[in-house]
Design a protein. Structure first.
Length: 147
């Protein structure tokens, strides 16, 4: 089993639900061919360096996974057929140095995925400062107009 990374760019004209369904379909292609998804990184909507099919923006999604090398041809064939994808790139991590870099990228993506959940919890627990009802702000005195 080798380690791979796929960056896919989904069309921006799709609704949020359609984008999520497309990403789930992409992940299903990988798992149905014997792959094991390690983690994913949702990069969101970004501006493209150049227009692709008259689209100047795209929804970026990165998938880190392990799979047998023989399945990559089928996965890329299915990506080419998918009309919701503007572009995709498959990166193979083969040498020890590359595998170490893959592990670091996976750890970073997992921390990034866990960070928003922690922020939401903090905002819910934060006490709201209340001003006493007896204190009312003093009206500002208007300065006479200089003529």
């Amino acid at each position: 089993m080798r380690k791979y990374e796929n960056l896919v760019i989904v069309k921006p004209t799709l609704t949020a639900e359609e984008i999520q369904a497309s990403v789930k379909a992409i992940e299903e292609v990988i798992t149905s061919n014997g792959g094991e998804i390690t983690t994913t990184d949702t990069m969101g909507m970004r501006k493209l360096a150049y227009p692709i099919d008259k689209n100047e923006r795209g929804y970026f999604h990165v998938i880190y996974y392990t799979i047998a090398p023989s399945a990559i041809n089928e996965i890329e064939r299915r990506f080419r057929i998918n009309e919701d994808l503007l572009r995709f790139v498959t990166i193979k991590y083969d040498t020890n140095r590359e595998v170490i870099a893959f592990d670091k990228l996976v750890q970073t993506a997992q921390k990034k995925a866990a960070a928003p959940a922690k922020e939401e919890v903090k905002t819910e627990e934060a006490p709201v400062a209340e001003t006493p009802a007896t204190e009312t702000p003093a009206p500002e005195a208007e300065a006479p107009a200089a003529e």
